[in-house]
Design a protein around this ligand. Structure first.
Ligand code: F6R
Length: 249
């Protein structure tokens, strides 16, 4: 483990090693805070971590019955039952396989009739909780975190956004065609994310290396939303070798 710019970075060999390290960090937090509040991410990056968590749950090592979850984001509009929704993703990849209480799961509602109202509701729900103890994050190829896209200012609260062409194209691999990717999303803001007590950022594969370097070692700028994490007091980053090589760590 190295500490650079106040950020702890673990460089692991493979995606599986990265996922196992992330699971260890997550489980440590879960054991210390069995009633804690955990922030989850979707996308391909955390799938290995979720598999590890399921394995440890099945082995009787961990218990999710006391936790509350808040997901980062959701497409808008989208039906929860759609297999492209983040609601579906979380159930499929984690929640249906562990003992989290369904009433303790929070995901922005892609079916809400009013997107702005839904953002307010979600932000209030987070604010009326004791706060997120550990937030899991992935990194976009354009430096986004959650769906906070490069821009000329950092977003504050949960907000309704238009996805950039670059994110639509990156996410089209999960859809039948680029045209099927929703053009909007509901996302925790940068301010919401920065309020989390601890952040666990996972970055793997060469296609993320440039964004990783800018986020961790570049200027803090809303042009690379993840760069704000340099200002968070407790960030742990886990990367695979492809990223570590480019970071030169
Ligand atoms: C997902 C999310 C996104 C992803 C990012 C990386 O909830 O908030 O910011 O973490 O787009 O996606 P993957 O992991 O698919 O490369």
């Amino acid at each position: 483990m190295k500490e650079i710019n106040n950020i702890k970075i673990y460089a692991e060999e493979t995606y599986e090693d990265m996922s196992a390290r992330a699971a260890e960090i997550f489980c440590q937090e879960l054991k210390e805070k069995p009633n804690g509040i955990f922030g989850f991410a979707t996308g391909s990056t955390p799938i290995g971590l979720y598999k590890e968590l399921i394995k440890r749950y099945e082995n009787g090592e961990i218990d999710f019955s006391g936790i509350t979850s808040f997901n980062l984001d959701e497409y808008y509009p989208i039906k929860k039952s759609s297999d492209q929704s983040y609601d579906y993703f979380m159930k499929d990849n984690l929640f249906n396989h562990i003992n989290i209480r369904p009433e303790n799961i929070n995901i922005p509602n892609g079916e809400a009739s009013d997107a702005q109202q839904e953002c307010l509701r979600y932000e209030e729900k987070i604010n009326s909780s004791p706060g997120i103890d550990l937030q899991i994050l992935g990194l976009g190829e354009n430096g986004h975190i959650a769906f906070n896209e490069p821009s000329d200012s950092f977003t504050e609260m949960t907000n309704y956004i238009e996805l950039t062409e670059s994110t639509i194209s990156a996410n089209s691999r999960m859809f039948d065609s680029t045209d099927d990717v929703p053009k909007h999303a509901l996302t925790m803001g940068i301010g919401t994310i920065m309020n989390a007590k601890k952040i666990l950022l996972l970055i793997n594969s060469e296609r993320k290396a440039k964004a990783a370097k800018e986020a961790l070692f570049g200027e803090v700028t809303p042009e690379c939303p993840a760069s704000i994490l340099q200002k968070h007091p407790d960030v742990v980053v886990v990367v695979d070798k492809a990223v570590a090589d480019v970071l030169d760590i």
